[in-house]
Design a protein around this ligand. Structure first.
Ligand code: UD1
Length: 344
C-alpha cells in the first residue's frame, strides 16, 4: 500500500509542486488548506499533471478540532509536510500577532497530535532567512543563527527551536528541517505555479508581471551593494527541484535512514546569482525584455547569500538540476497561462 502523507498548505506554491512530486513517487496525498492564499483550481492542475486528485480538506490547521477530524477520517498518515504558514516578510512587520499566532499554533497543533495518530515523520519548511546576513558564502547548516529581521523570520527560528525541544523531550517524532533559499519558477507543464495575492513582493512574480505589462516596470532595489554588479545576490532554486527535496527527506525518515531524529539541510543550488543577472537570464531565455529601473535599497534586504548544499547532495542524495534558463522559461510560461485564463 502507498504511504499516506498530509501536506498542509498543499494548494500553495511550494505545496502544490511537492504534492505532484509525492504522487509521482507513489505517495498518497491528503491536503489541508484554508484557501487564504490559494484556490481550489490548483487541484485540477495537480490532477492534470499526475492523473491523480489528492484528497482535499478545506480547513485551518490552527484549529485543533479540524485536525483531529482529519486524522480520524484519513487514517494511516505516516508523515506530514508543513507548508501552512503566513509568509510575507513585509506583512509580518505590520501584523506580527497574526504571524506568531498562525505559524506557531499550526506547528504546535501538528506536533501535539502526531504521536496520538501514530504519525512519525515531519518535514518543516524553514528558510535561509534564519542565517541573517552571512559572515561568509556559501553558507553551511552550521553557520550561526542570527537575530531575525522580521516577525516572519522569527517564526521560522522559533519553529525550528520548538521542533528541537519536542524531539529532545523524547517524542517519537522524526523531523527534517529544510532551509530553502529563493524558490522560483513553475511546473514545466504550466499547470501550476505561483499565484501572488495583489502586488507581488518577491522578485520573479514582479518580473514576469512587468514583462507581460501588468506592471509598468520592475524596480531593482539597489545597485550599490558590495557585489560585482552592485545588485543583491541570491540562490534561486527551481520549485520543482525544491519539491523533490521534500520527497527525498520523507523517504529518508520513513525508511529509517535518518542519522538522528532531527536533521537540517540547506536547499539551494550552491550558485549565487545577482538580481540583474536573473533579469538577463529571463530576457535571454525568453527573448522578452523586462522593463526595469534601479531604485534605492529595500529596508531589511540581505546583501548576498547562497547555499552550500553539500550536505543535501551527499546525505539526502538530492541535487538541484534545473538550469536558470529553464526555470526562467517556466516562470514565463506560467505567467502567460495566467493571462490566458484571465487571471492576470
Ligand atoms: C524573502 C525572505 C525569505 C523568504 C522569501 C520568499 C528575508 C531575508 N528573506 O527573500 O525568507 O523565503 O522572501 O517569501 O526575509 N527585488 C527587487 N525588486 C522587487 C522584488 C525584489 O529588486 O520588486 C530584489 C530584493 O531586493 C532581493 C531579491 O530581489 O535582493 C530577492 O527578493 P525577494 O524575492 O523578495 O526574496 P528575499 O527578500 O530574498
Amino acid at each position: 500500500m502507498n504511504k499516506k502523507i498530509l501536506v498542509t498548505g498543499g494548494l500553495g506554491f511550494i505545496g502544490s509542486h511537492t504534492t505532484v512530486e509525492l504522487q509521482n513517487a507513489g505517495y498518497e496525498v491528503v491536503i489541508i488548506d484554508n484557501l487564504s492564499n490559494s484556490n481550489r483550481d490548483v487541484l485540477d492542475g495537480i490532477e492534470r499533471i499526475t492523473g491523480m486528485r489528492p484528497a482535499f480538506v478545506e480547513g485551518d490547521c490552527t484549529n485543533i478540532n479540524t485536525l483531529h477530524q482529519l486524522f480520524k477520517e484519513h487514517q494511516g498518515i505516516s508523515g506530514i509536510i508543513n507548508f501552512a504558514a503566513s509568509k510575507a516578510v513585509n506583512e509580518s512587520v505590520q501584523k506580527p500577532i497574526l504571524y506568531y499566532r498562525n505559524n506557531l499554533n499550526i506547528l504546535l497543533n501538528l506536533l501535539d497530535l502526531m504521536p496520538t495518530y501514530g504519525v512519525t515523520g515531519f518535514v518543516f519548511s524553514s528558510s535561509c532567512t534564519v542565517y541573517g546576513e552571512p559572515d561568509k558564502n556559501p553558507i553551511t547548516e552550521d553557520a550561526p543563527i542570527k537575530k531575525a529581521t522580521s516577525p516572519y523570520g522569527a517564526t521560522k527560528q522559533i519553529c525550528e527551536d520548538i521542533i528541537a525541544d519536542v524531539i529532545k523531550s523524547g517524542s517519537p517524532i522524526k523531523a527534517i528541517l529544510l532551509r530553502y533559499f529563493n524558490p522560483i519558477g513553475a511546473h514545466p507543464s504550466a499547470e501550476i505555479g505561483e499565484l501572488p495575492n495583489g502586488v507581488p513582493q518577491n522578485l520573479v512574480p514582479y518580473l514576469t508581471q512587468a514583462a507581460i505589462g501588468v506592471r509598468k516596470e520592475l524596480s531593482v532595489f539597489g545597485d550599490d551593494y558590495n557585489t560585482p554588479d552592485g545588485s543583491c545576490i541570491r540562490d534561486f532554486i527551481n520549485v520543482v527541484d525544491l519539491a523533490k527535496a521534500h520527497v527525498a527527506a520523507l523517504d529518508r525518515m520513513l525508511e529509517n535512514r535518518s542519522e538522528s531524529p532531527l536533521e537540517v539541510f540547506n536547499i539551494g543550488t550552491g550558485c549565487g546569482l545577482s538580481v540583474l543577472q536573473l533579469i538577463d537570464a529571463f530576457e535571454r531565455a525568453n527573448g522578452v525584455k523586462v522593463p526595469h529601473k534601479i531604485v534605492g535599497r529595500r529596508a531589511g534586504d540581505i546583501e548576498q547569500i547562497w547555499a552550500d548544499p553539500t550536505r543535501a547532495n551527499e546525505v539526502l542524495g538530492w541535487r538541484a538540476e534545473a538550469s536558470v534558463d529553464d526555470t526562467m522559461r517556466s516562470a514565463w510560461n506560467w505567467q502567460k497561462r495566467l493571462r490566458e485564463r484571465g487571471l492576470m
